[in-house]
Design a protein around this ligand. Structure first.
Ligand code: ZN
Ligand code: ZN
Length: 266
């Protein structure tokens, strides 16, 4: 299958943990032969987060328009956001959702709330005494459940994210199943996020076990995103992700918050 769309990408203009600017991302996507790229810039509400750039929707709108002026003849540029921890910042999340100017809203859990403070899921817990990897997973999945109950998003981002860093199989079967049921019932989808393949994992996030469960619970639709934070990672790992896990799913992207399935070869 030839992939022509990357549904999850970041740029240094709006996501502080990225290393390529929007312009470089567009050029990179065109060089790779894509028909469209969707920016899904981080929208985080806690000023204490590492690398966080305060989100400015007007600035983002203008930047995307500038990119469309420059590259629109060669590639379609979609404007999405990735909202972190919407269950903690409900009012702010509501405001973002009602702005109604995005092609896609991804909801993600990057930081978990521990009694002693905010904790990034990528840290093993050595920095916070008594906390260890299994408890980080547990807390992560409790938060995933809370986000799934909140709803309102199009895509749940990188389900099973801690695996990308902590390299452990999740044990939270009940929380996972309930979260997936909520996501499906809410009309949202999950994505295959290929970024773990670039961080030494053998599987995407999520991997086979969770994707099989999602399918068995009635989940039919998927997006595939690289989560590229630099131009060279655009559509990285898509072939492997599709060959390993894509069978039996309707794969597509969101535009103006509507799911569009790829036709053959799109
Ligand atoms: Zn993310
Ligand atoms: Zn992302």
């Amino acid at each position: 299958m030839i992939f022509t769309t990357d549904t999850h990408t970041h740029s240094l203009d709006f996501s502080g943990d990225a290393s390529s600017y929007m312009e470089e991302m567009c050029r990179g996507a065109i060089e790779k032969g894509l028909k469209r790229i969707c920016f899904t810039e981080h929208v985080d509400f806690d000023p204490h987060y590492d690398d966080s750039i305060p989100f400015d929707p007007e600035k983002y709108k203008r930047a995307v328009e500038t990119m469309r002026d420059e590259f629109g003849a060669d590639i379609e540029i979609l404007k999405g956001i990735e909202v972190g921890e919407p269950h903690v910042y409900k009012k702010e999340y509501e405001k973002v959702l009602t702005a109604d100017q995005y092609d896609v809203v991804i909801a993600s859990v990057h930081y978990i709330q521990l009694p002693m403070g905010i904790h990034w899921t990528g840290h093993r817990g050595e920095d916070i005494y008594t906390y260890a990897v299994p408890r980080i997973y547990r807390r992560y999945y409790e938060d995933v459940l809370a986000v799934s109950q909140l709803g309102g998003f199009d895509v749940f981002g990188h389900f099973d994210l801690p695996k990308r860093y902590l390299k452990m199989e999740a044990q939270e079967d009940e929380l996972i199943e309930e979260s997936l049921r909520n996501i499906i019932a809410g009309g949202s989808v999950i994505e295959i996020n290929t970024s773990p393949l670039r961080k030494g994992c053998e599987e995407t996030a999520p991997g086979k076990k969770i994707l099989d469960l999602y399918r068995s619970l009635g989940g039919k639709r998927l997006t595939i995103g690289s989560d590229a934070h630099q131009a060279c990672d655009i559509i990285a790992g898509f072939d492997k992700a599709f060959n390993d896990f894509g069978a039996g799913f309707e794969i597509g992207y969101f535009k103006q918050r509507q799911f569009i399935a790829f036709g053959e070869g799109k």
